[in-house]
Ligand binder design. Structure first.
Ligand SMILES: *[C@@H]1O[C@H](CO)[C@@H](O)[C@H](O)[C@H]1NC(C)=O
Ligand SMILES: *[C@@H]1O[C@H](CO)[C@@H](O)[C@H](O)[C@H]1NC(C)=O
Ligand SMILES: *[C@@H]1O[C@H](CO)[C@@H](O)[C@H](O)[C@H]1NC(C)=O
Ligand SMILES: *[C@@H]1O[C@H](CO)[C@@H](O)[C@H](O)[C@H]1NC(C)=O
Ligand SMILES: *[C@@H]1O[C@H](CO)[C@@H](O)[C@H](O)[C@H]1NC(C)=O
Ligand SMILES: *[C@@H]1O[C@H](CO)[C@@H](O)[C@H](O)[C@H]1NC(C)=O
Ligand SMILES: *[C@@H]1O[C@H](CO)[C@@H](O)[C@H](O)[C@H]1NC(C)=O
Length: 483
């Protein structure tokens, strides 16, 4: 991923037993597995069985240990550590609010590196190694649900396949399994206890090279998207717990806070999520550079002066339509007429500057419906590359396509803010926040309030990747294959 293709707001999760043969993906994974026991593993039955336990555990909140950074100069991405299987093994997964499934690289991957991003030690999941691991079949309720209906050509005991393509051209292909996921349940102020719940996730058989190369590799991706297949939806499937989560990505120290549960402090203002959208998206009603508002009007799209904006923790930078990008950059540099802009690595717009960036350049403020605003300071949107300062704002370059009308805001913009996703009330909100401090979660059953603090999962630190990667740009759009 040394170059970033203009991003496509396209991802297909096609789950079907048909034709994945062109990806050289055959053989064992389709075979009947002795651990399989058919319909008994359907999601509904599992839900009914585990409802009470989930209710109790999730009611108090979950504290997900985070590591990584949002700075593109060291390959920006955030990851969490989770335990999977019995006995549990640890895996590092990229936290991605832009996609809907969790997948982990599975045994049999020959070219998968042993060490990955920031020297993290990687592991491959082996179904046979876990007492609690089971195959999910194509006839299961989960497979039908994710597939938008019964799977055509589903033979008894055949696996439920997935093929997840991300916005930057990367992909993972494999089949679904169900196993116990271990996590830290909030039990007191800055205290957690281990808890577990069964979750369906993908067993990745083949990944595109960029998801496998050692500088950027992790064990997988943890999709925190809106759909029923996401881990948050599965864990909260009892329906009685608040489907809410929050992240505070620490742009200065790395890591931060990622918590599932009812955040009561800090208080955030929120804006409604656009319905029937596969991503977390909201309407931007204005963009201000310093004190100058940009013209958001277009004649070609029926959205008036509003711009659909996706919030995605799986993307590092921020992508803007050409009609917004150019005026924005012009306005940012307007007060510095002597500045000379260069293009670095054919993708970054950069310049030399030695003063204080916050004194020299204006902040950029996005206004959302319901008087929520998001202010991005120069020290957030500028990053250092070689001896230059470069803009984190990127031109998505394809304004003529209607999907490119969309603004995409990633970690660079979301860092140093507490971002709250409320799937109950279908809102998203945020506030500027010190991600090295604590937040408060309320236990929905006892009503008690507990502090949750930051993490910065240490990595081996042997080597910091310095590639010119922009983003993993994980953007999902469920493409249902209805038979
Ligand atoms: C499916 O698996 C079950 C349990 O292992 C087995 O009893 C059954 O015969 C299998 N069905 C087919 C068609 O292989
Ligand atoms: C999951 O939690 C249950 C109940 O707390 C416990 O008995 C079991 O050992 C746990 N399993 C794993 C794999 O941690
Ligand atoms: C998701 O789950 C909810 C509750 O179980 C259900 O009402 C809804 O139809 C599901 N949505 C999809 C797209 O399957
Ligand atoms: C966002 O803008 C669209 C188009 O103007 C509008 O239909 C919609 O109601 C707005 N708000 C939400 C939350 O969808
Ligand atoms: C804003 O941009 C649109 C489309 O380019 C243009 O039609 C309109 O005249 C502009 N409005 C102002 C106030 O400049
Ligand atoms: C969701 O909305 C309801 C009704 O407006 C409100 O009572 C409730 O407090 C909201 N929940 C959260 C978590 O904000
Ligand atoms: C953020 O919080 C941490 C922990 O409370 C504190 O040490 C640090 O000084 C705070 N940073 C700022 C900029 O206030």
């Amino acid at each position: 991923m040394t170059t970033i293709t203009p991003f496509l707001l396209l991802l297909t999760i096609s789950v079907s037993v048909a034709a994945i043969s062109d990806h050289n993906f055959r053989g064992a994974v389709f075979d009947v597995n002795s651990k399989f026991s058919g319909e008994k593993r359907s999601l509904t039955l599992f839900k009914a069985h585990d409802n009470l336990r989930h209710l109790q555990i999730l009611a108090s909140g979950v504290d997900l240990p985070l590591g990584g950074t949002g700075r593109p100069d060291t390959v920006g991405l955030y990851y969490a550590r989770i335990g999977i299987g019995t006995p549990p093994k640890e895996y590092y997964v990229q936290v991605d609010t832009g996609s809907d499934i969790m997948w982990i690289k599975c045994i049999g991957c020959s070219e998968c590196p042993k060490r990955g991003y920031h020297g993290l030690e990687l592991s491959l999941y082996d179904l046979e190694d876990s007492f609690t691991g089971k195959l999910v079949t194509c006839s299961s309720e989960f497979c039908a649900e994710i597939n938008g209906g019964a799977v055509t050509g589903c033979k008894a005991n055949a696996t439920c396949l997935y093929n997840e393509d991300y916005g930057d051209g990367s992909y993972s292909i494999g089949y679904f399994v169900m196993d116990v996921v271990q996590y830290d349940s909030v039990s007191g102020d800055l205290e957690t206890k281990l808890a577990n719940g069964s979750v369906i996730f993908g067993c990745g058989v083949k990944q595109s090279s960029n998801l496998g190369s050692s500088e950027e590799a992790l064990d997988g991706i943890l999709g925190f998207g809106k759909s029923n297949s996401s881990v948050i939806s599965q864990l909260a499937s009892s329906g009685n717990v608040n489907k809410m989560f929050a992240h505070c990505l620490d742009g200065d120290n790395g890591g931060g806070i990622f918590a599932i549960g009812h955040v009561v402090q800090p208080k955030v203002n929120s804006t409604p999520l656009i319905q029937d959208e596969p991503h977390y998206s909201a309407n931007v009603t204005g963009i201000e550079v310093g004190t100058q508002f940009l013209n958001l009007s277009t004649n070609t799209h029926g959205m008036g002066d509003k711009r659909r904006t996706i919030i995605d923790s799986g993307t590092t930078l921020a992508y803007l339509p050409d009609a917004i990008y150019k005026p924005m950059i012009n306005e940012i540099v307007a007060g510095q007429p002597e500045l000379r802009l260069h293009t670095l690595h054919e993708q970054y717009t950069c310049f030399e500057y030695s003063g204080s960036v916050d004194d020299g350049f204006p902040a950029v403020t996005f206004y959302f419906e319901n008087t929520l605003s998001l202010k991005v300071y120069p020290h957030d949107y500028l990053f250092v590359e070689e001896d230059f300062l470069c803009f984190g704002w990127q031109n998505n370059g394809l304004d003529s396509l209607s999907t490119m009308d969309t603004i995409l805001l990633g970690d660079l913009v979301l860092s140093n803010k507490l971002v709250l996703y409320d799937l109950e009330n279908q809102t998203i909100g945020w506030t500027e926040y010190n991600c090295s401090s604590t937040i408060k979660l309320r236990d929905e059953i006892t009503g008690s309030v507990h502090l949750v603090g930051p993490h910065s999962i240490p990595s081996a630190g042997s080597r910091i990747a310095r590639r010119h990667l922009l983003s993993l740009l994980v953007i999902a759009l469920i493409h249902r294959i209805v038979s």
